[in-house]
Each structure stands twice: as C-alpha cells, then as structure tokens.
Design a protein around this ligand. Structure first.
Ligand code: FAD
Ligand code: SF4
Ligand code: SF4
Ligand code: SF4
Length: 541
C-alpha cells in the first residue's frame, strides 16, 4: 500500500514568516577563481567557456575563449595544459580534458568560418609588433581589438615563429596554424613578411609608430664544443626543424644521434624517424626523471621506437661514430664524469641544447637592460625604453607558446593604457575555489575521454597528425565533466533546499538572488551548493 504524504504547509507558506533582526550571518552568491583559470598562462576563463560548451553553444564558448587567446586550435594541440594539472576534478577521478575541448572549439570555428568582431572604434594610434610568433600575434590581436592600427614586421617568409619553424607538422598541421593566423589578419592586423627589423628606434621613427612590442623569440642554437673528425656531420636542432618547412629536406643518414634532453630533442628524434632513419638515439647527461622534456612526449617518442642513452655526454664525433662518456649523478643530482668511454654508431649528430636570443635589433637602444641573454621587463612588460614592450621567449620566463600568448595579451593591455596616459589596473583576483570548497557528493564519477591517436604503424612513415580530436559527442561529454568550481551553474539546489523559500530564481542565465526578508541565515544553501558559489558572511551589527 502507498504511504499517504505527511500533512505539510503549502510550498511558499513559509514566506509569511519574516526574519526580523536576529540573523547572525547571511548567504551571498560569489564567484570564486577556479584553479584551472588560475593556472592557464594565457589567462583563459576556462570555467566560463566550458559552461557555454556544456550547453552545446560552441560559438559562445569559442567567443568567450578567444577573449583571452586567439589561437585555440593551436593551443588545443601544443599547450602543455597546466590547467589540467590544477583541475579540481583530478581529485575525484581525472582532470577535465580542457585541452581537448579547446581544440574541438578551435577546429569547429575553422570549420564554420567564425570570425572576430571588428573593433568598436579606431584609436588613431599606431603600434609596431616585431615578430609574428605566438607572442607577437597575440599582442597584435589584442591591440587591434582595442582599436589600434597594428603592423607586424616578421623576418621570416611566413608567420608563426616556432609554431611553424620548430613544432613539427605531426603535432601541429600547418593548415590549422594558417587558418588561425588568417583570422587575425582578417581583423585588420597587417603582417609584413621578410621584413627583419635591424634597429628598433629607426623603424619606429620612420614608420611613425607610437609604441612597440618586441617578440623576436630565441633562435640562435646553443653550441657545445665537440671535437670532430673531417667527415663528421654535426647539425643544430633549430636549423634542422626549420629546414623541414623548405623543399630540401635534411639528409641525416640511417643512424642519428641527438644531444639534449628537452622537447626539441624529442621533436628532432621523431622527425628523424619519419625521414627514414632506422635508429634515432637521444644522448642525455642525466636520467629520465631529470629530463626537461614532458613525460607524455617521452612516452610517444619511445612508442615510436626512439632510443635513449641516459647518463652520457658526447666527447667526440668521427665519421660514422660518436664517443660518449658515462656519467654518474652526485649527491646534488649533477652529472659527473667517470672517464669510462663507449662508442656509438651514428651517421649524424644533432645538437638540441637550447637557444639564445638574437638581440642585435636592440643595438644602441638606450635604457634597455639585458641579463643572462634576455631582455628585462617590468611587471607591465615594458623594457627600460619608454614605449617599447617585450614578451615571449626573449624575456625571462618559461618558454612555451602559452606563456608567449599570455605575455602578448598582458603587454597589449599595458600598451593601450600607456598610449592613453594611464596605467593598466588588473581587476582584483577572486578567492581561489580550492577542492575543499566543493561538495563532491553531488557529482557522479565520469572517466576522462581518451584522445584518439594515429596507429603506430602509420606514425613512423608519415607526418600525419598523431593526436586526433574529439567528436562532438565526446567534446560535449568532456565539457560536462566540469564541476564549475566556485561559479554557479544553476543547478537549482539552493532554490530547492531553502526551507524559507528565500531563494528567488531570476531565469536562465541570470542565476538567483536571496530575499533577505525571509532568509533565516541557516546556511543550508551554502552547505548544499555543489561548487562553492555561496558564502556565509557575518551580519553587520
Ligand atoms: C622544436 C620546438 C618545439 C616546441 N614545442 C612546443 C610545444 O609543443 N608547446 C609549447 O608550448 N611550446 C613549444 N615550444 C616553445 C615555443 O615554440 C616558444 O616558446 C614560442 O614559440 C615563443 O614565442 P615567441 O613569439 O616569443 O617567439 P617565436 O615563436 O620564436 O617567434 C619569434 C618571431 O620573430 C621573428 N624575428 C626574429 N628576429 C626578428 C627581427 N629582428 N625582426 C623581425 N622579426 C624577427 C622570427 O622570425 C619569429 O617568427 C617549442 C620550441 C621548439 C624550438
Ligand atoms: S591554453 Fe593551455 S593552459 Fe590555457 S586553457 Fe588551453 S590548454 Fe589549458
Ligand atoms: S572542474 Fe572545471 S572549473 Fe573546476 S578546475 Fe576543473 S575545469 Fe576548472
Ligand atoms: S546551489 Fe546550484 S544554483 Fe545555487 S548557487 Fe550553487 S550552483 Fe548555483
């Protein structure tokens, strides 16, 4: 037999019961800073764009994303996604696949031909950007959106910087890069190619520029002195990867040794395999756990048959062979020589030991400070020369595409302020929505979507993209895994649990408000909000 319902008051009847003055604390709706947003070097409002993606409104999601970063299809392929490392969901099951959803949105925008909205006004100011790598492109995009006329001068024959002349095609197809650069051009950014800037002051004066952003990257290969016999073939990694963009592909031979432990060394080894080398071996002086390369890239390289020779330095190269010395790590983790030598067969040796910045364009520029080979900038990204800003690989920071893009955005905002005689004021940061803010009981387990990969057999022989994108169903599912940390996602919990009907619904997209005439301050809404979007604050006495 069905149980009859208990006799209760009608819904809404409790609203007859005014609170009066005895409440000691009241709930307020807040927006906290999700850890993913906090960790993104490009400053993306990830939770906000995932919120639109969850609803299937991909264009709104893409527009929210590109408020901060104009290259989502590129980022969705090459960013090392620190956002995912910080994601709260990782403490429940696995981090949200932010990077794969970002790529989906970027690809969708290219497929559907979405364009950026033109600036609302023209400022009449002219800004010079030197270098069309990610930092220069990002600064140009943000400056143009602020209404400034922007001209990029690029030394190379094509735009993209290291995204084109460093990162191999199997990680970043060039049609994707071209499409995102073309969209920035279509916004009205002028890109002059084969236009190396030799003297920044002269170019600014002759071109009538009001300010400049320098983003020339780091392109000069670091060398190590390696004694070599006459026929030894020694190349540098940056020049080799650059030549992959030209008609004449490098001739490396069957056995290729690569010296270095960073991501560039892995890119060279994987490229060598695709060019037909039967053996590509990375020689590195420390151990795998001390390699600067990212673990997933090491795994992908090992899967493709790249060999690793740990704890070894190269002493000499002769035709067809290299001599390596075995190392040991001392107490502090520094490699120390042992005097033990070994010979490896190698037809060519590629040095991947990092890059220095070519600072010749700054020759004679007054006020600039250069330390450890990089240009010093203040927190507003300005160099010591008024009106000349700099970012990306040429300033002291982590060298990644995402950091470079973040610098471009930050510099653009500061340049805009400087041109208007102001200083740029950052909005105060919200309090962080850490894991302890969440009520995880409300979220179901949902394992992360696995990104499809190109079959191994096809990787070694082609430059086809290795990591594939998500389809719409998977992208939507992945977006819906977001817990919306610290930001209301309109789940209606507070509305449903309030015993005093003091939560007023304002309609889709407008969230809720509290009716303090009826709220008793019991705090059940804050307790039961899944994502920590309600704070209890003491009543003013
Ligand atoms: C092989 C390799 C793989 C990498 N892979 C990744 C990755 O997967 N993910 C990641 O996040 N980062 C990666 N990086 C790092 C990343 O590419 C760089 O940190 C990033 O490109 C730096 O951007 P940037 O705009 O400062 O400089 P760059 O990308 O180097 O662009 C600088 C541009 O300035 C131009 N220029 C130089 N001098 C002048 C001048 N005097 N006048 C006019 N133009 C000039 C150059 O031609 C170039 O186009 C990789 C780097 C390498 C080398
Ligand atoms: S740019 Fe990188 S860190 Fe930022 S959201 Fe995308 S994947 Fe995450
Ligand atoms: S769950 Fe969503 S809002 Fe929270 S950290 Fe992860 S991606 Fe960001
Ligand atoms: S309980 Fe739900 S509706 Fe209420 S604030 Fe939290 S997320 Fe928003």
């Amino acid at each position: 037999m069905d149980h009859p319902f208990a006799v209760t008051l009608e819904v809404g009847t409790s609203r007859a019961n005014h609170t009066g003055s005895w409440r000691t604390s009241r709930p307020v709706y807040v927006d906290r800073l999700p850890p993913c947003n906090h960790a993104c070097p490009a400053g993306e409002n990830i939770q906000a764009w995932l919120f639109h993606a969850e609803a299937g409104d991909y264009e709104a999601a893409w527009r929210a994303l590109t408020e901060d970063n104009p290259l989502p299809a590129v980022m969705g392929r090459v960013c090392y996604h620190p956002c995912e490392t910080a994601c709260n969901r990782a403490q429940i099951d696995e981090a949200v696949g932010i990077n794969s959803v970002e790529r989906f949105l970027g690809d969708e925008a290219i497929r559907r031909g979405w364009r950026f909205k033109p600036p609302a006004h023209e400022s009449g100011k002219r800004v010079l950007v030197v270098g069309a790598g990610p930092s220069g492109l990002s600064a140009a995009y943000h400056l143009r959106r602020l209404g400034h006329a922007v001209e990029i001068r690029e030394a190379g024959p094509m735009a993209g910087g290291m995204m084109r002349f460093g990162i191999p095609k199997y990680r970043l197809p060039r049609d994707v890069l071209d499409a995102e650069i073309d969209r920035i051009r279509a916004l009205g950014v002028r890109i002059m190619l084969d236009a190396k800037v030799g003297n920044i002051h002269k170019v600014m004066k002759n071109g009538g520029f009001d300010a400049a952003f320098l983003a020339v990257g780091a392109h000069i290969a670091k060398r190590a002195y390696i004694p070599a016999g006459g026929a030894a073939k020694i190349l540098d990694a940056v020049a080799l990867l650059r030549s992959m963009e030209s008609e004449d592909k490098p001739l490396l031979g069957r056995r290729v040794a690569i010296y270095g432990g960073g991501n560039t060394a892995l890119d060279v080894a994987r490229t060598a395999k695709r060019l037909g080398a039967s053996e590509a071996i990375i020689v590195y002086r420390r151990t795998r756990d001390r390699m600067p390369a990212h673990d997933f890239e090491v795994e992908e390289a090992l899967d493709e048959g790249v060999l690793m020779k740990w704890l070894s330095t190269i002493k000499r190269m002769d035709e067809g062979k290299i001599t390596v010395e075995k190392m040991v790590l001392d107490d502090k983790g520094f490699p120390q020589p042992t005097g033990e030598l070994e010979t490896l067969e190698a037809d060519s040796l590629v040095l991947a030991l990092g890059q220095d910045v070519d600072l010749s364009l700054l020759d004679g520029a007054p006020g600039l400070t250069i330390k450890d080979g990089v240009v010093q900038v203040s927190p507003d990204m300005m160099t010591g020369a008024p009106g000349i800003f700099a970012g990306g690989d040429m300033v002291p920071a982590e060298r990644t595409v995402t950091v470079a893009i973040g610098h471009g955005k930050k510099a653009a905002r500061n340049i805009d302020a400087w041109l208007n005689g102001r200083s740029y004021e950052l909005a105060p940061k919200h309090e962080l929505a850490g894991f302890d803010r969440l009520n995880t009981w409300y979220y179901a387990d949902a394992p992360k979507t696995v990104r499809p990969m190109l079959e191994l057999a096809r990787r070694s022989s082609t430059f086809e993209e290795v990591v594939k994108g998500l389809d719409e169903t998977n992208a939507l599912y992945e977006a819906r895994r977001c817990l919306s940390c610290g930001n209301c996602f309109e789940c209606d919990n507070c509305y449903g649990v309030c015993p005093d009907n003091a939560v007023i619904k304002l309609g889709p997209g407008n969230r809720f408000r509290f009716d303090y005439d009826f709220c008793k301050g019991c705090g059940v809404c804050a307790q039961e909000c899944p994502c920590g979007a309600i704070a209890m604050v003491p009543e003013a006495i």
